[in-house]
Design a binder for this molecule. Structure first.
Ligand SMILES: O=C[C@H](O)COP(=O)(O)O
Length: 214
């Protein structure tokens, strides 16, 4: 299972969480990665944790003030990027442009979507993976795998029917190892989570709990 920890803009210490991700990754067959804010990418990557960006824009080098260039996040040490997170929604053409920009920079891609129909559309853009996240469950602590298992199974079916090379992750409310196992049982190859680790008093313990049953 792939466990991708998005730090959003939570007021955590990104380096401390990244060190926990790096250390717990050494203890498990699961793959752990962390997605800090763009401004923290370099410091996080220097810990040795697998580092992802939270977003890249559909741009090339040039006159794009305030945008995030895929090549720059790769230079900072990121190996992958989220695209179209529920909190950073893009138009379809821009999702396509961001996936192409990430590919150009050698970044792995996870395109997020709200529901199975959007997952099908996202899969058609040939990212490495898609992630289904019902927005109403994000940050609630109520796991999507328990509250809305059908959405995960339907997302897996939707992606498979378009391109079975595209892996499916799920996210929203995931915070325990049981949640991760339930996600896997529904066909998900990984989980995207945030508050369960970024807001934890002890991120290492939270990560250990997430991977314990794997
Ligand atoms: O990127 C992560 C997701 O939005 C899930 O957030 P959450 O784990 O706080 O529900």
């Amino acid at each position: 299972m792939f466990v991708l920890v998005n730090l959003k803009t939570y007021p955590c210490d990104p380096v401390a969480v990244a060190e926990a991700v790096r250390d717990v990754n050494e203890t498990t067959d699961a793959r752990l990665a962390v997605a800090p804010q763009a401004a923290h990418l370099e410091r996080v990557a220097e810990t040795g944790a697998e580092t992802w960006a939270q977003h890249v824009d559909p741009i090339e080098h040039g006159s794009n003030t305030g945008h995030t260039l895929a090549e720059s996040v790769a230079d900072a040490g990121a190996v992958g990027t989220l695209i179209n997170h529920s909190e950073q929604r893009l138009k379809l053409a821009d999702i396509d442009g961001s996936v192409r920009a990430a590919e150009r920079a050698g970044l792995e891609t996870v395109v997020c979507a709200n529901n199975p129909a959007q997952i099908g559309a996202a899969a058609a853009l040939e990212p490495d993976a898609v992630a289904v996240e019902p927005p109403e469950l994000i940050g609630t602590g109520t796991p999507v795998s328990q509250a809305d298992p059908d959405i995960v199974e339907d997302a897996v079916d939707a992606a498979e029917s378009v391109d079975d090379d595209v892996a499916v992750l799920c996210g929203a409310g995931i915070s325990t190892g049981d949640d991760v196992v339930a996600a896997g049982d529904l066909g998900s190859e990984g989980v995207l989570l945030a508050s369960g680790v970024a807001k934890a008093d002890d991120p290492t313990a939270a990560l250990e709990d997430l991977v314990a049953p794997l």
